[in-house]
Design a protein around this ligand. Structure first.
Ligand code: ADP
Ligand code: MG
Length: 451
């Protein structure tokens, strides 16, 4: 969809066009028609998806330039982000000559900000702490604010701004449009949103893949050669983290046996596993305690694993949408990734529908010391979680304090309702496991197991 289709001024359209913004990104396409009707919106979308424009357009649309009063407030987690937003806003607003944007961030001298505010501004962008300070000292009058934006809300909460944000809300008019943007949508954001937004529409943009970042290849292979081809792919790409998709449970189990015979350590996830086992499997894979996950599509639905180096389609997916979904596990967050798909005689018809037609037949011989993915991490299960009031810091504290590990020896920590997992460097895992049995966490001893 093009910006032209939106209900915005011709000047704004022309300016967006001159900036090279013609087609809307998915988050813009889904939020703008609603936000231009003054709806409150919660939008979850990854970094780089074009969120700034999603709030800049309705905000500028709400603005009366002839009124020299602050009409919009944008809260950001850091000074760098606030400056980025202010700069982008200036570009988008440049078709209107006299729009004044003031940034109010902590870590900057306070007095000049007060001085700048005395000259009036239309829009303020800043960090919650500093904005709250100005509000408390009445450096500016918030009564004409009609648009509030919370940008990168998850990071603002991570940085402890929850209370400041709630206090800021008490200063500004209730009758306003509020737009909340976040890369993730955990429960503390939901709670924050409840107090701040009115009847919001929630929009979630699936992180579909920027194809350019995925190095995608198709190999024409016979079924009997698939395992060896996987080993060659491992040796070429040397992945730390791989997901292999099969179309059936039986294929998953057989492939697991074959690869284990070759010395690989791996996890399998399919619908035979109970929910609890599936969750644990994902935790262990995400913590990189296992370098390979073999999965069916059903089991991988909604699985949000980032940072996989390699996706292998042992079987080609039955349709292109599933294929895209599968390979979207790699090359997340702008990093490069690899996707290898096996094409057999009987799957050629599916392959025809796929865009890329590059097919390779690998001939490289495997040598003795070919690379087999192994893990540097070992996960430890702790029989206590949120219900027992355990937090990440408690586990990290026990390991680096009483037990004396270096921070670098501790990997991903996952806290679940009734249990927790911590990944440790393999070489110290066993000894640490013993010590952890005899170390208090949150004042108590917990059962711990190697996983
Ligand atoms: P986010 O806040 O979601 O991380 P940004 O708003 O910073 O993303 O946008 C990321 C980049 O994409 C910026 O360089 C921006 O100029 C560009 N961009 C945003 N929307 C469009 C669009 N519709 N067409 C082309 N480029 C865009
Ligand atoms: Mg942004």
């Amino acid at each position: 969809m093009k910006f032209n289709s939106l209900n915005i001024s011709n000047e704004m359209k022309k300016n967006l066009d001159s900036l090279g913004y013609t087609e809307m990104t998915p988050v813009q396409e889904q939020t703008l028609p609603l936000s231009l009707k003054n709806r409150d919106i919660i939008a979850k979308a990854k970094t780089g998806s074009g969120k700034t424009l999603s709030f800049a357009v309705p905000l500028l649309n709400n603005l009366k330039t002839s009124l020299f009063r602050i009409q919009a407030m944008i809260l950001c987690p850091t000074r760098e982000l606030a400056n980025q937003v202010a700069n982008e806003l200036k570009k988008i607003a440049r078709y209107q000559h006299n729009i004044k944007i003031t940034t109010l961030c902590g870590g900057m001298p306070y007095r000049p900000q007060v001085h700048s505010l005395s000259h009036q501004a239309h829009i303020i962008v800043g960090t919650p702490g500093r904005i709250l300070k100005h509000l408390g000292e009445k450096s500016f009058d918030p009564k004409d604010i009609n648009t509030l934006v919370l940008d990168e809300a998850d990071r603002m909460l991570d940085m402890g701004f929850n209370e400041d944000i709630n206090k800021i809300i008490n200063f500004i008019p209730k009758n306003r449009q509020t737009l909340l943007f976040s890369a993730t949508y955990p429960s503390d954001i939901k709670n924050l949103a409840k107090n701040i937004l009115t009847n919001p529409t929630t929009i979630e943009i699936e992180a579909t893949q920027d194809k350019v970042n995925i190095n995608q290849k198709f190999f024409q292979v016979q079924n009997k050669d698939k395992v060896n081809t996987i080993l060659r792919v491992f040796d070429t790409i040397k992945p730390e983290s791989t997901i292999i998709f099969c179309n059936t449970k039986i294929d998953c189990d057989n492939l697991a046996d074959d690869l284990e015979d070759k010395g690989a350590t791996l996890l399998v996830i399919h619908s035979d596993l109970e929910q609890r086992q599936r969750e644990q499997t994902l935790v262990l894979f995400e913590a990189r305690s296992y370098p390979i996950l073999i999965a069916t599509d059903v089991a991988s639905r909604g699985l949000d694993i980032e940072d996989v180096d390699l996706v292998i389609n042992y079987d080609l997916a039955f349709d292109t949408e599933v294929h895209t979904h599968r390979i979207g596990r790699t090359a997340r967050a702008g990093k490069g990734g690899n996707a290898i798909s096996f094409v057999t005689e009987d799957s050629l018809h599916i392959y025809d529908e796929l865009e890329s037609k590059e097919t390779l037949t690998s001939t490289k011989e495997l040598n003795e010391n070919a690379y087999i993915p192994t893990s540097l991490w070992q996960s430890i299960y702790i029989n206590g979680g949120k219900k027992q009031k355990i937090r990440t810091g408690d586990i990290l504290g026990a390991l680096t304090g009483d037990i004396g590990l270096n921070k670098e020896d501790v990997g991903k920590i996952t806290i679940q309702p009734m249990c927790s997992y911590v990944a440790l460097r393999k070489n110290i895992a066993k000894a640490t496991h013993k010590k952890l049995e005899q170390t208090r966490i949150k004042g108590k001893y917990f059962k711990v197991y190697m996983k």
